[in-house]
Design a protein around this ligand. Sequence first.
Ligand code: AMP
Ligand code: GLY
Length: 426
Amino acid sequence: MKVLLIGSGGREHALAWKLAESPRLTKLYAAPGNPGMEKTARLAPLEATDLGEIVAFAARESVDLVVVGPEAPLALGLADRLKEEGIPCFGPGAKGALLESSKKFAKDFMTRHGIPTAAYRAFASNGDAKRYIGSLPKEPIVIKADGLAQGKGVVVAENLEDALAALDAMMSGRFGEAGREVVVEECMTGEEVSLLTFTDGKTILPMLPVQDHKRVGEGDTGPNTGGMGTYAPVSAFSPEVAEEVDARILRPLQNALRQEDLDYRGCLYIGLMLTPEGPKVVEFNARFGDPETQVLMPLLKTDLLDVAYACAKGDLAGQTLEWRPEKAVCVVMASSGYPGEYLTGYSIREKSVSEDLTQNSWVFHAGTARNAQGELVTAGGRVLGVAARGKTLEEALARSYGRVESVEFEGRVFRRDIAHREMKRQ
Ligand code: AMP
Ligand code: GLY
């Protein structure tokens, strides 16, 4: 089978690595891909959001399956365009992608189907939103821009003043269309877990629970980022919690997808909070998580191509997922300054950035590029994700951090406390 993978981050590198293991794969293309995928894929210099070019490329190369990494092309309707051409796609159409691209759509959807989530109200008028925020009995208050805002659309405001400032900033036009409407939410507390699922719109198969570390600084301090590291599985997601999530979230969600005919084929990422009142949904994403994927792929035994193709063809019923009985971690190496401003173009030195002969650790590229001389250089905020697996969490951590130490570039920063909650629980 010929597969076209869309995207260029660490998530896509991990997907490419896993797809390349499949005996059914005959050719892998990545558009635009990154230098980490040079050995496994043919890189096609197409923008992920250039739908016309992507559809034309897929048709020209007789691609059997398109796997979409990022949310932007999904929200623009890439899967719908591919469907018109009869090309199977792993990734929902624009309507299904609304679960991520419109917070209001997602919240209303959950309410319609009784899926537990934070209490909320949506507003298109700044004045109405202000009056409502002023009437709330307690802080903190959560304010969210309705649309896609590159991870900057959520503010957990500690007090009324910050909440009003966040509201003004969002509705000022700085986020364009994304801030035209806002959602004001009750603040939940508890352990956060990313539960990614495979679905064909009729059947939902959950993957292992993962925990991300969103804040840039150790001890979960500083601004939010795309994710500074992950580990899996998460012991706080106990068999009892899993059962509750299945009964109160996954089953209602499966019925909701069927009833609303969203034709959702791909990864549905459920951001969960394990609150004192039980698990609730924080958000949905219409795609794999980054860096969640970098720990899930090394633990997944099942052929990813089989599952992705089954999702795309609507044949997921009867499929099962097999996991290695091990632990995995991913430590993100970022550019100093991230998630604010940072410099790029620094050369990356490692004795073994690409290979791991023991097959227990991986350096997944995220923000890397080749300069004019063909050398590997930094090209983004999150530069590399160093993932490792082991029989124990300690073993996985030692492998990952050992490898992190061998990778050098100017201004490299990373958190030294990935999996700190799990280590404390042990
Ligand atoms: P999101 O962009 O929706 O993933 O939100 C980013 C982060 O904001 C989440 O990972 C949570 O840590 C936090 N957050 C979002 N909504 C809430 C909420 N209702 N209560 C508490 N924290 C929240
Ligand atoms: N790691 C969080 C996300 O992918 O949205």
